[in-house]
Design a protein. Sequence first.
Length: 192
Amino acid sequence: DIPYWSMVPAFTEAGPERENVSALGRFCAGVGSALIQIFTMMVVPALGAIGLSASGVTQEMIERNGFKYLSIGVAVLFILFITITCVNIREKSTVEMETASVGAMFRALIENDQAMTVVIAIVLVNSAFYITSNLIIYFFKYDLGGADWQGSYTTFNMVGGASQILGMMLLYPLLRKKMSNTSIFKMCLCLA
């Protein structure tokens, strides 16, 4: 979702419009992530059977094949949706400006200690989130095990994802009425 977040300032005005678009984007990213986590373990066994003969096939072979086909499908969808986004989103340009190069953007980031702090915090929080959310599958498979570990994994992700999305939809507007975005960010960083 990096292209989307880099485009938000370009096609929105500051204030409520930008907050609404950002909240909608965060909501859609959360739903998309939850759907992938929920349906992955349902789809992998079905996709894994494609092209494998019945004799001598192990569960490991089915999973490897299933993840391969799922990854190819996700990559194709990614390219399709990014293309749709790039073709249909137009910048609201109010001023003529020179476009900065990638090197100039990195220099500006490195020279701005406040922006660098935010970037480092975001990278650390996202790294922790993605590492734990991707390692949880191994916890369910090897520690909890059992014949229905995929069902437990799916249920866990459904409840967790729904809680996150509802928390974001209900809690953020309430906090926003009483706190500034900076205070909310600091509080969330400490809670994470």
